[in-house]
Design a protein around this ligand. Structure first.
Ligand code: MRU
Length: 349
């Protein structure tokens, strides 16, 4: 059984509702849902990574904007727009690297600005728009799966890094969507999941969701990937992305070294992401890479300390992989080499 929705809007009426999301900080040991009823609570959920993964954050951000609209108490459209601009600031300040966050808040703010209606009716339309963002995410991922599935051969073992699955999206997944697409086309695929230090999304989330779907998955420590490529045990690599600039793919820290090893061993390195992840206005040097708290590196989930007190840790959460290391990128529209991608989406500049 595939996990249906990581995040979903629950309607009270067409004018009021709230959000239910899977608490990803508790997996794999506990499956718990959180009800999110305010914009501030949504910002907190994104910040502490109860919800994470670029496309899921995009959907969460647009639903956070819809919650802010519901919370609005004034009576003019102008004041509603001001409240939404403030909500956008709050949500945008939670995490800096995944571009889908800013895309999600902008989409709802732009929609509000376009509507020539009374505030109450605008709220209703914004709720509908946020729900649409979520539905579209699943459709796009299914398309990514169809296109990307053609890149995998029957019998392939595929390495993935971090979690770019249903949990990182509203459903189905981007990188794991490619794997699901190949399996739905009748191919036998095995997955190797880098555990992905320091937050271990590969071990805790990718392994969990693939196990739910009975897709064969083996966990490895991050530093085993090179040996497995040398031994010929990995035929393809598929990862997701948090932002794709004109010259690089930003993804979870460690992706860059996987890409270098893939290049050395001539293993195809594929990236799967929706068009909302493209940001060709920027180059890799322009993107802020999130730096997270030391405890993530110095401890195992704050439970076991693994280095002496007083030794500092560096904790960059993402890295850019230069385009020359990328074999192809899969979007909802097809499979593209890096050069073809820039030509296909000129409006992303
Ligand atoms: O820090 P996270 O967990 O929000 O990181 C995002 C990711 O899961 C990955 O980088 C992922 O591979 C791309 S998002 C589908």
């Amino acid at each position: 059984m595939m996990l249906e929705r990581t995040i979903a809007w629950v309607d009270d009426t067409p004018y009021k509702g709230y959000v239910k999301l899977i608490d990803q900080t508790k997996l794999p040991l506990e499956f718990a849902m959180i009800d999110v009823k305010t914009c501030d609570r949504m910002a907190q959920a994104i910040k502490v990574m109860e919800i994470r993964g670029a496309p899921a954050i995009g959907a969460a951000a647009s639903m956070g904007m819809a919650l802010a609209a519901i919370e609005f108490k004034g009576s003019s459209k102008q004041d509603l727009i001001k409240a939404l601009e403030q909500a956008k600031k709050t949500l945008d300040s939670t995490r800096p690297t995944a571009v889908n966050l800013f895309w999600g808040t902008k989409r709802i703010l732009d929609k509000a600005k376009q509507l020539d209606l009374a505030p109450k009716e605008i709220v209703k339309e914004l709720i509908a728009e946020a729900k649409l963002v979520a539905e579209e995410d699943v459709e796009k991922n299914r398309s990514i799966g169809k296109h990307g599935g053609t890149l995998l051969n029957d019998g392939d073992t595929v390495l993935t890094h971090c979690n770019a699955g249903a949990l990182a999206c509203v459903g189905y997944g981007t990188a794991l969507g490619v794997i699901r697409g190949a399996i739905e086309a009748g191919k036998k695929i095995k997955v190797i999941s880098d555990e992905t230090r320091p937050r271990l999304q590969g071990a805790t989330l990718t392994c969990w969701e693939l196990k739910q779907d009975n897709i064969p998955v083996t966990q490895i420590a991050d530093n085993e990937a090179g040996l497995l490529m040398r031994l010929g045990k990995i035929q393809k690599i598929v990862v997701g992305a948090d932002r794709i600039t004109s010259d690089a793919v930003f993804n979870k820290i460690g992706t860059y070294q996987v890409a270098i090893m893939a290049n050395y061993h001539k293993v195809p390195f594929y990236v799967a992401a929706p068009v909302s992840t493209l940001d060709f206005e920027k180059k890799m040097k322009d993107v802020e890479i999130e730096q997270r708290d030391e405890w993530e590196v110095k401890t195992i989930f704050k439970k076991v300390q693994i280095s002496p007190d007083g030794v500092p840790a560096l904790n960059y959460a993402f890295d850019p992989t230069p385009m020359e290391l990328v074999t192809a990128i899969v979007t909802e529209d097809g499979v593209f080499t890096p050069k073809q991608l820039l030509k296909r989406y000129p409006f992303k500049k």
